[in-house]
Design a protein around this ligand. Structure first.
Ligand SMILES: [Zn+2]
Length: 277
């Protein structure tokens, strides 16, 4: 089977092109927080991430307040998930699953407002964060208060899904987890930016695909030109060996299969060109 994919932003922030892709320091980039609404004919609506949101705006812990002060963001009413669903003729009740690429606040910021459906998440990511001290969690930008109270009963590990070997055409990626069971949605490990981060390869009608790569890259330029984030963003988040290894894989994949759109969650250009395809 195939899926329909619609990309929206649930809030945005702005940052220097230098931090994001070693671009001009004074050039400000508009960085949306992408949410994908994925429709499967039998499995219903799957959300890929949840963007910013009121729960993040209202989070009161010191780390959350510091985050808002250091990385200010904006969320308008028409940026909300219910509004985007409504634009597609859907409602919150249609959501069957929420897939989290990783636990950063701009990806789980609306989670508390979403209905009681299964939440697919990285077990490696959660186990690592659970072992951290409060200070380490704050440094990793993980704010447990953004998880709903019933998270433990709704949580399902991506690593518990059926594991599939990928065909030669997806090299250098070799394996994935099958989200629905028909290989229409494949979770592919993209570690580095966050421990246990996953992207989602979506099979669409007419043998077309889209690969949602979360924060494995922030912009298209990170992938196409291997433009690494500048200091200090590179040191804080994007300078680990895993991050560079994952980015190199995406770069290689893009060179092999330029027809497959790779969409980083904060790349306005990639989101717009996919939406106008
Ligand atoms: Zn992130």
């Amino acid at each position: 089977m195939t899926v329909d994919v619609h990309l929206f932003s649930v809030g945005h922030c702005r940052n220097s092109a230098w931090f994001v892709e070693s671009g001009p320091f004074f050039q400000q980039l508009h960085l949306p927080a992408m949410v994908a609404v994925i429709r499967h004919p039998e499995a219903g609506v799957i959300l890929f991430d949840t963007g910013y949101g009121k729960p993040l705006v209202q989070a009161s812990s010191l780390p959350a307040r510091l985050y808002r002060a250091l990385l200010p963001f904006h969320v308008k009413e028409e940026d909300s998930i219910p509004y985007h669903l409504w634009s597609l003729g859907l409602s919150m009740d249609d959501i069957s699953t929420i897939f989290l690429s990783h636990f950063h606040p701009d990806h789980i910021g609306s989670l508390k407002e979403l209905p009681a459906v299964p939440i697919l998440h990285s077990q490696i990511g959660l186990t690592t964060l659970a072992r951290y001290t409060p200070l380490q969690r704050a440094r990793a930008a993980f704010f447990p208060e953004l998880l709903p109270d019933d998270f433990p009963t709704r949580a399902q590990a991506i690593e518990g899904l059926p594991r599939v070997e990928l065909a030669e055409e997806w090299r250098p990626f070799t394996e994935a987890f099958d989200v629905i069971g028909d290989q229409s949605l494949l979770a592919i490990s993209l570690p580095g930016h966050a421990v246990g981060q996953y992207g989602l390869l979506c099979r669409r009608a007419n043998n077309r695909y889209v690969f949602l790569v979360a924060d494995a890259a922030w912009t298209r330029r990170n992938i196409t030109e291997l433009a690494l984030p500048g200091f200090p963003a590179g040191v804080l988040i994007g300078d680990s060996a895993d991050f560079r290894d994952t980015l190199r894989k995406l770069h290689e994949f893009h060179k092999r299969r330029p027809e497959v759109p790779l969409v980083p969650s904060h790349c306005q250009q990639s989101i717009a060109s996919f939406s106008h395809e």
